[in-house]
Design a protein around this ligand. Structure first.
Ligand code: SAM
Length: 248
């Protein structure tokens, strides 16, 4: 039987496609793409001529049977989305779930993902993080969703539309308070890539006074809650250091 390959594509800079991604996209019988016209531009750029199928949010469940049939007929299929890693705030979960349930082979290639790229450069703790995708668009539901995360100690990562970033930052200040560390990673890997960081209040002020910060693609990161109990007193650390010097 064939294999379903999950293939990440660039999030801005075309050079971020991997050699293996190109190899797999050339080799497969079918590329299942979220938007075939959008992906045709990328595939043409790299001279890839594999057959394209449209598999998006609205027809994914209907396409599953056809894809499973192709896999059991021995065809290899690659799943791509418009940008970044499929399934990460993108279509693909029902398909992968169905392939696993049917015992089909699924192989994911590592590659571009806006959330992980932003996290690695933001300067916020990376030992524990929560990827939250897009917040609900309506104000009340958005504040409720933020409120449910207010006690989380890991770094929170959100995707956000530029037209909503001011409203969301306002909600962040309201729900988490003005002092929570916030980072806005904008236009990652592209010409106008910028990272804005500071307290929630200062990032809100920076974004509201600079219209450029309300354009392009945005990852919003919020530092997790730091509980007093989590902080080890300096005296305790000094004592520990002195003790460890004495120990064999
Ligand atoms: N699957 C993609 C991934 O792996 O990152 C995410 C797809 S989601 C529909 C699109 C959102 O990802 C954008 O609205 C934005 O929040 C974020 N995003 C994608 N590319 C980005 C970039 N170059 N810079 C900043 N954020 C980006």
């Amino acid at each position: 039987t064939g294999t379903l390959y999950i293939v990440p594509t660039p999030i801005g800079n075309l050079n971020d496609i991997t050699l293996r991604a190109l190899e797999v996209l050339r080799m497969v019988d079918i590329i299942a793409a979220e938007d075939t016209r959008h992906s045709a531009v990328l595939l043409n750029h790299f001279g890839i001529e594999s057959k394209l199928w449209a598999v998006h949010e609205h027809n994914e469940r209907q396409k599953i049977e056809a894809i499973l049939a192709q896999l059991s007929a021995g065809k290899n299929i690659a799943l791509i989305s418009d940008a970044g890693t499929p399934l990460i705030s993108d279509p693909g979960y029902p398909l992968v779930n169905a392939c696993r349930a049917a015992g089909a082979s699924v192989i994911a290639l590592p590659g571009a993902c806006a959330a992980i790229t932003a996290l690695s450069a933001a300067g916020l703790p990376t030992d524990r993080f929560v990827f939250c995708g897009f917040l609900p668009p309506k104000q009340q539901a958005r504040e409720k969703a933020l409120d449910a995360l207010a006690g989380e100690s890991g770094t929170l990562i959100f995707y956000e539309a530029p037209r909503r970033i001011l409203e969301t930052l306002t909600a962040v200040v309201k729900v988490f308070g003005p002092d929570r560390p916030v980072v806005i990673a904008r236009e990652i890997t592209k010409q106008f890539e910028t990272y804005l960081s500071g307290s929630a209040q200062s990032v809100l002020e920076q974004v509201s006074t600079d219209a450029n910060q309300q354009r392009g693609e945005i990852v919003l990161l919020i530092g997790g809650v730091v509980r007093d109990g989590d902080l080890i007193p300096t005296e305790a650390l000094q004592l520990l250091k002195r003790l460890s010097e004495e120990l064999p």
